[in-house]
Design a protein around this ligand. Structure first.
Ligand SMILES: Cc1cc2nc3c(=O)[nH]c(=O)nc-3n(C[C@H](O)[C@H](O)[C@H](O)COP(=O)(O)OP(=O)(O)OC[C@H]3O[C@@H](n4cnc5c(N)ncnc54)[C@H](O)[C@@H]3O)c2cc1C
Length: 545
């Protein structure tokens, strides 16, 4: 099939939906999403959205907390923009029907929570299911809009990019690129569709699945990052992977997060013997920033050889826990853990990509008519470490920025004729979701190896030698994929493997380049922060010459 839309939005999380709802005032919008529309990281967000609403709070406080978490790499103008427009964007969510936890009947009298790294209570939340409340409300608004069309089970494969420029000698210089949409695998019909659009947005979320342990849902395979890389967009700061300190450790709990807010409400980290250890690592103890807490747990686990540590909030009453953390309480209880009576077993897990596709203050990438918003983007807000609950906020603010930007020139853009391209030009000769056993083994094996290599060699604490080992492994897997992939019919597992390998390669590359320790990048061979050489982004781009 071949479709023509004004806007193609890839991804149905907070970034994609927010932009789609706004852009529908300008033209027809297609949202393609690779599984069920609700299957997004947004839907699993627990803690909330940071915004300076409190009487004792100010924009300046929120700005300072964000800058200090970001450790010298945040872009001040972006931080100012995001923080200052935060309350307005949160109010817009309330207008769209999101019901946040409140202290009174006034819909804006939020019950503000506190999380690590914040000096004030400023987390707007809906109990411990903030993401679900947002996702469901946005889906409702989008689905009720006649100009928004949602395509579930549609997996974006590659961007359609037009190149122009001039040849100087044997080289193609001043290459100019314009995006016109994407080839998309329709999983229901097992065929490739062409979605042409005047404006394309990558809103594909994070890449937690590149690590063995992650809080992210299965969709987080970094497809947007890999697609952008393949067409030569700039990416930045991929070495800054945030590990959440407390994921539930239980064989039956896949990717379940124990929100930071549990520590905000007095939860203490203890080891198997009941010793509280966080004061040994930081004066703020259990309320230190995520990177400090994750490294402390990693160290404790390596010292003791234990499989996990424990989060103890048994001093709080059962009634309080059920009211404040209904989702976590239920989940733990369903696995036989009564958090009111016993500590919760937890481990750190890959949680958030601070780096991504490099954008400007409007969400524009280095390719014309291609925007990146949400977790797949690197806007300059987070720098070397994201302040908790700033990511939902960033997605809201940048969806709005992209909408404002595109509104300015959309009238001229919509008259441009689409390129002469048809679905027959799709570069995927074999298409099938039914694979031979050997092909499935090839995919499953390499997927497994990537995730283990990344966890063991490119994890919370890094060393030069381990990074080089990781690079060798990932290079080898990329070679195998390059060799074997053309014989494997196109299917989503194979595409995800290919994308994971690209993303793993980029993370390793950035981590090798940065010869210092800063924020989330902690290398035992370069323990000092090196402002003279490294107070800058790590930018990578495909060498197409
Ligand atoms: C468990 C958990 C808790 C969190 N808690 C918080 C919190 O309290 N506060 C906070 O600020 N942040 C939190 N975060 C982070 C935050 O939820 C995410 O950064 C944010 O939701 C990302 O939104 P997004 O729209 O960019 O991507 P997502 O919400 O992840 O959506 C990505 C979309 O892209 C689609 N997609 C991906 N690849 C393709 C493809 N190839 N083709 C088609 N579709 C594709 C996916 O199917 C999905 O629809 C949490 C994250 C997790 C995992």
């Amino acid at each position: 099939m071949e479709y023509r839309f004004d806007f193609l939005v890839i991804g149905s999380g907070i970034a994609g939906l927010t932009f789609a709802i706004k852009a529908a005032s300008l033209g027809e919008v297609a949202i393609v999403t690779k599984k069920d529309k609700l299957e997004t990281s947004t839907n699993y967000a627990q803690g909330g959205i940071a915004a300076a609403f409190g009487a004792d709070d100010s924009f300046e406080n929120h700005i300072q907390d964000t800058l200090s978490a970001g450790n010298g790499l945040c872009k001040r103008d972006v931080v100012e923009l995001v923080v200052r427009s935060g309350p307005e964007r949160v109010k817009e969510l309330v207008e769209w029907g999101v019901r946040f936890s409140r202290r009174s009947d006034n819909p804006l009298d939020f019950d503000l929570g506190r999380e690590g790294g914040h000096t004030k209570n400023r987390i707007v939340h809906a109990e411990d299911m903030t993401g679900r409340a947002i996702e469901q409300a946005l889906i409702r608004v989008a689905e009720n809009h006649p100009r928004v069309h949602i395509f579930e089970d549609h997996f974006a494969l590659d961007l359609v990019v037009e190149y122009s420029g001039m040849r100087i000698g044997r080289r193609f210089r001043k290459r100019h690129k314009k995006c016109w949409g994407a080839f998309v695998f329709n999983k229901q019909r097992n065929e490739v569709d062409l979605f042409l659009a005047h404006v394309t947005l990558l809103c594909t979320g994070g890449a937690g699945k590149v690590y063995l342990y992650t809080s992210n849902p299965d969709v987080a395979t970094g497809d947007g990052l890999a697609m952008a890389y393949r067409v030569g967009a700039e990416l930045a700061n991929l070495e800054f992977v945030q590990f959440h300190p407390t994921c539930l450790y239980h064989p039956k709990a896949k990717n379940f997060l124990i929100s930071e807010a549990v520590r905000g409400e007095g939860g203490r980290l203890i080891d198997k013997r009941g010793r509280a250890f966080m004061k040994d690592y930081h004066p703020l103890g259990d309320l230190a920033c995520r990177d400090v807490v994750a490294r402390a747990i990693d160290t404790e686990m390596k010292k003791s050889g234990d499989d996990c540590v424990f989060l103890d909030i048994t001093h709080r009453s059962k009634d309080f826990l059920i009211k404040r953390f209904p989702n976590i309480y239920e989940k733990c209880l369903s696995l036989g853990i009564n958090m009111a009576k016993e500590p919760i077993p937890v481990v750190p897990a890959a949680h958030y990509m601070c780096g991504g596709i490099k954008t400007d203050i409007h969400g524009c990438t280095s390719i014309d008519n291609l925007y990146a918003i949400g977790e797949c983007a690197c806007t300059g807000l987070h720098g070397a470490n994201r302040l908790a609950s700033n990511s939902l906020l960033e997605a809201l603010v940048f969806s709005h920025q992209a909408y404002l930007h595109v509104s300015e020139y959309f009238n001229t853009l919509k008259d441009e004729s689409f390129p002469l391209l048809s679905v027959g030009d799709a570069p995927y000769p074999l298409v099938s979701n039914a694979l031979a056993q050997s092909e499935m083994i090839f995919i499953a094996h390499n997927w497994d190896v990537i995730r283990k290599v990344m966890w063991n060699y490119v994890g919370i604490v890094r060393r030069d030698k381990r990074l080089m080992l990781a690079q060798n492994h990932i290079d080898q897997i990329q070679r195998e994929i390059y060799e074997h992939m053309p014989n494997i019919p196109l299917n989503t597992d194979a595409m995800e493997l290919k994308n994971l390998a690209v993303v793993a390669g980029m993370i390793v590359c950035c981590a090798i380049l940065r010869k210092e320790s800063r924020g989330l990048h902690y290398n035992l061979d370069h323990l000092q922060k090196d402002d003279e050489n490294w107070k800058r982004d790590t930018v990578i781009v495909l060498d197409e010459e």
